[in-house]
Ligand binder design. Structure first.
Ligand code: HMG
Ligand code: MG
Length: 316
């Protein structure tokens, strides 16, 4: 059993892209700093997609230029095409070299979701990646790949796991160091997870497959367990359970980072994350978006903190 698990934090990007309230750049930077201070070493900070499509992350150039320098932390920005990469490289040039920013590309396993999300067919999307993956690698960035709707599509329903495996292998072949399989709408069950991972993992480098699960129907942690048993060592999660894809109806509820870390620590895995500081980052995320976040561990710990504060007050 692996003892070290990487928790890949997507809240600042996947979470905030979907929020009705646009968080000011300073607030986003404070959240990123709190997550880094909690010990998260991979943080997806923003995206360089079209600001017309994702207005909440229109400040990505400023954000990247001002990312807190935290040696050992790897930041990532989502990039859909050559224009996005050019914008990332320019912003990156202004950032501290102590906090490098890598790129991530994304596409869906189902044509309809892909079209709605990036206005391209899957093949056209791969052609756009020619402007991203090779040039990013040549510029010294690492590139991660996402395969969305891997467990099911909001428009097409069931997705063939062999199709998911084929797209993931193609991304790895193009030079992605890791591919994250996305249960974008949170429909996955552990048997499916075993099937998808079982098709891919034996043929992929150790550590090159990650899972990006959603808690929409309460199955994300069960899928994490299935992934752990199949040898997966990287799981994506979003602080407080923020987020979802704005182009996938019903895609609420990324797996909450606190829920994931709580379970992993309880099972004896090491993550390098300080759970108490992570809860503090979750409280900040909640304050920034102005609503109660769905993460269950976060809510349990915050309620515990409130009870303890009241008890201390009563004693004083
Ligand atoms: P399009 O409208 O087809 O783009 O959008 P276009 O190439 O026709 O260009 C139209 C205009 O957009 C042009 O400007 C371009 O320059 C501009 P104009 O000449 O009209 O002034 N443009 C850009 N501007 C800034 N940055 C860019 C860029 N590209 C073009 N990079 C596009 C195509 C891909 C750009 C658009 O569909 C898009 O941005 N989509 C992103 C949607 C998105 O971010 N979705 C959420 C992320 S995916 C996700 O959340 C799932 C994941 O978490 C995994 C999971 O949960 O499963 C990863
Ligand atoms: Mg997502």
């Amino acid at each position: 059993m692996a003892t070290r698990i990487t928790v890949y934090e997507v809240g600042p990007r996947d979470g905030l892209q979907n929020e009705a309230r646009v968080v000011p750049t300073d607030g986003k930077l404070a959240l990123v700093a709190a997550l880094a201070d909690a010990g998260l070493t991979r943080i997806e900070a923003t995206s360089f997609v079209s600001p017309a499509w994702i207005p909440a992350l229109a400040d990505s150039a400023e954000l990247v230029a001002r990312l807190p320098a935290r040696p050992g932390v790897q930041y990532v920005a989502l990039v859909p095409n050559g224009k996005g990469l050019a914008r990332l490289l320019e912003a990156r040039g202004k950032a501290s070299p102590a906090s490098p920013v890598d790129a991530a590309v994304f596409l869906s396993a189902s044509e309809t979701h892909n079209k709605k999300n990036v206005n391209k067919t899957i093949e056209e999307t791969f052609r756009a990646f020619d402007e991203v993956i090779g040039p990013a690698l040549a510029a010294g960035l690492r590139v991660r790949g996402y395969v969305s709707t891997a467990w099911g599509c909001p428009f097409e329903g069931a997705v063939d796991p062999r199709r998911v495996a084929g797209i993931a292998e193609r991304l790895l072949g193009l030079g992605c160091w890791q591919v994250s399989l996305g249960d974008t709408i949170g429909v996955g069950t552990p048997n499916q997870t075993r099937e998808i991972v079982g098709l891919l993992a034996p043929r992929a480098r150790p550590g090159s497959i990650a899972l990006h699960l959603h808690e929409t129907r309460g199955t994300a942690l069960a899928n994490v367990l299935a992934g752990l048993e199949a040898g997966i060592t990287t799981f994506d999660a979003s602080v407080g359970g923020l987020g979802g894809c704005p182009y996938a109806p019903g895609a609420s509820g990324n797996l909450a980072t606190e829920d994931l870390v709580y379970m992993l620590h309880g099972m004896g895995y090491e993550t390098g994350v300080d759970y108490g500081k992570l809860v503090t980052a979750g409280a900040l995320a909640q304050e920034l978006v102005g609503r109660r976040l769905p993460g269950r561990a976060l809510q349990a710990e915050l309620a515990g903190r409130e009870r303890a504060a009241r008890a201390a007050e009563a004693k004083a």
